[in-house]
Ligand binder design. Structure first.
Ligand SMILES: [Zn+2]
Length: 351
């Protein structure tokens, strides 16, 4: 018998795990109207970041150069340390300079769609997730999801001595020295998720939550079969999940359905999955902050809730006001064990 997730009435305490890949940031960037600096893909990285000249000056030809393969070769050969550090510092600086526009973005909706029991794990280096996390602190303080940066991140600072991580630019809570930039993990053929203590800790957080998770959403991450290390780390804890037979996998991906199924079939129990192209049609965004509760009501208690889809807002404050009643309901549950209503909010209470 599969283990029923930890429920209290209609409140489900099991984590919703969200995994983000490059496609999530690209979708967010397109959705906000492509304002601001271009978001580079791995294929376009060399030109967006202006690496062509550096690479050519070192004697390489930049025709159809695959950045990932090239970096992998360069790093594993051990030759050209100057070129390697030049590439790394340009990549770091470029991603550091990116920022969210003022209007609400997919990242804001995403941060507000989950509770503190949930986790967002990202493979992306860009600072969007942490920027969205920080600017929604006011409305959701103490009620935002955990974050994990699986390849490091340009917005994270660390103190190696005290094993403290935080926002780059802040000081270490222990020694009061400024946090130093965290390392970025590059997409080399054989990734080592163990050597960097910060990155290892982020993977531990993801794995713990996958092991107890009730809902897994994958957004813009293709889980390449070549990325054996990442797949194995995720799969071994997910397969060991005692509620796996009851859990649901949702993949948000614009690739053909067959390709998506092929990427994720090892993670899917029986027919328990959904694939959507647009995050605003996802279960997560049609049941913000209540995905696990609504899904267990529907599947375990035969008492489905109405969808409560996010309206689209022009101002971030409108989005935050719309979410507020859900957060207040969570506070009432914590204080008085008052169950969730399961009723949709007014479609548009914003300004
Ligand atoms: Zn310190």
């Amino acid at each position: 018998m599969p283990a029923i997730p930890p429920m209290d009435g209609n409140v489900n305490h099991a984590p919703h795990v969200v995994i983000l890949g490059a496609g999530a940031s690209i979708a967010a960037y397109l959705d906000w109207g492509s304002e601001g600096d271009e978001l580079p893909s791995m294929q376009g990285l060399i030109d967006t970041i202006g690496l062509r000249e550096d690479i050519e000056n070192a004697g390489f030809e930049v025709v159809n150069l695959n950045f990932e393969a090239f970096y992998d070769e360069l790093a594993s050969s051990g030759e050209y340390p100057d070129l390697l550090s030049k590439i790394e510092s340009k990549v770091y600086d470029y991603f550091s300079s990116l920022s969210l526009p003022e209007k609400p973005t997919i990242y804001d909706y995403l941060v507000l769609s989950l509770r503190e029991k949930d986790i967002i794990a990202t493979f992306n280096w860009d600072p969007f997730l942490l920027q969205a996390y920080m600017r929604n602190e006011g409305v959701a303080k103490g009620r935002r999801p955990q974050l994990a940066f699986l390849h490091g991140n340009v917005s994270i600072g660390i103190c190696e001595k005290d094993k403290v991580s935080g926002v780059k630019g802040e000081v270490c809570s222990q020694c009061k020295q400024p946090l130093s930039p965290s390392r970025l993990l590059y997409p080399v053929k054989h990734k080592d998720y163990n050597s960097d203590p910060f990155i290892r800790g982020e993977w531990d957080a993801l794995r713990t939550n996958l092991n107890y998770g009730y809902f897994l959403t994958v957004f813009g991450y293709s889980a390449p079969k070549t990325d054996i290390e990442a797949r194995t780390l995720m799969l071994e804890v997910w397969e060991d999940n005692k509620s796996l037979e009851l859990a649901e996998v949702e993949v948000i991906d614009i690739r053909p359905k067959e390709d998506v199924e092929d990427s994720w079939n090892e993670f899917i129990f029986s027919h328990h999955y959904m694939i959507v192209e647009d995050i605003f049609s996802s279960y997560l965004f049609t049941h913000p902050r209540r995905s696990c509760d609504a899904f267990s009501s529907a599947t375990l208690m035969c008492s489905p809730w109405h969808d409560n889809p996010y309206p689209r807002f022009e101002e971030l404050s409108e989005l935050q006001e719309w979410v507020r009643p859900l957060i207040e309901e969570e506070q009432r549950y914590d204080k008085k064990k008052e169950r969730f209503s399961g009723e949709p909010l007014q479609p548009n209470t914003g300004g």
